[in-house]
Design a binder for this molecule. Sequence first.
Ligand code: PHB
Length: 390
Amino acid sequence: MKTQSAVWKYWAILATLLLPVSTLAAEDGKLKVGFMLPYSGTYAGLGHAITNGFKQHVDELGGKIAGRTVEYVTVDDESDPAKATENAGKLIKRDKVDVIVGTVHSGVALALTRVARETNTLLINPNAGADEITGSLCAPNIFRVSFSAWQPSYAMGNVMLERKHKNVVTLAWKYSFGEQSVAAFKEAFEKGGGKVVKEMTLPFPNTEFQPYLTEIAALKPDAVFVFFSGAGAVKFVKDYVAAGLKTSIPLYAPGFLTDGTLEAMGDAGAGLLTTLHYADGLENAKDKAFRTRYAITYKMQPDVFAVQGYDAAQLLAAGVGAVKGDLGKRADMVKAMETAKIDSPRGAFQLSKAHNPIQDIYLRKAEGRENKVIGVVSKALADPARGCKM
Ligand code: PHB
């Protein structure tokens, strides 16, 4: 009996010793991606497009990156900054993800970025533009494949100057991204002699636009600059047309207004001029292949958000591929991501020292369901990365 219990004890010890090894081996074969994105609310469409784009690239790679099977964990962040820290914590502590891909709303992204910095979690931001993310909050583990608030709106300031507008009213949702978009527009526009006569804001995600439209009609500016996106953008443009303003006071915006929204806007969106780092009708082979596959897979056309999701996966693959799947080699992985040349549907780009894309900004005109490219208004535009010490 004694011998038997000794054998059992031996087996029990061996089993506990082996357990972590075998668990580790199972985890080693996987790459756990945590999507922290909005799947409900006004930005839901953006969250889904990013997810689709990301998965499209992983599927192109056969579902694996450097031999690791990609596994997804998903959190609906509801574009709610109040829930952001807890949601990020869940992905890191409970789900033990290898990388977080998130998010859309800058208020949520700022909190997420702080958590990622504190825990040294690899973060790839597929949209949110708050300048600080690749500015004062920049860090080796924080990457952005989209844009800074500054980039498309600064470019729009110059477009509106060229179009001889002098007095402009701005209107945006009152949170970091809206405010920074207006500030960047104003920086370029006032430098060239334009004047912002009134800055108006409303709380996110409110869509009671009527009082603001009444005020715009009374102020009679030369033009209006706005930031809205997702479902709220559709409502805004329809209301602008219904108020009879579109024919008398031209409306401009960074392209978030019309990307992924033109179909829902119907005729209301026709002719709108916007600036963005993506457009319909780009003549490059990567974009053609990307769009064809996207349309077949998802039965709809891609937008800028889908492109950003796709490029988030490309950047991750560049990093994980360089270390042959050995995530312990973080410094080497970061270096590979920093120097990667991303063959994006928007046109190839590389990251700045602060980890934000250096990219062309296009002028686009809405025609039917497309934001047709008119030309490049800012070639290889780099964000100033104010406050980044890296
Ligand atoms: C942001 O909050 O950073 C944001 C949201 C929606 C967009 C663009 C930027 O379309």
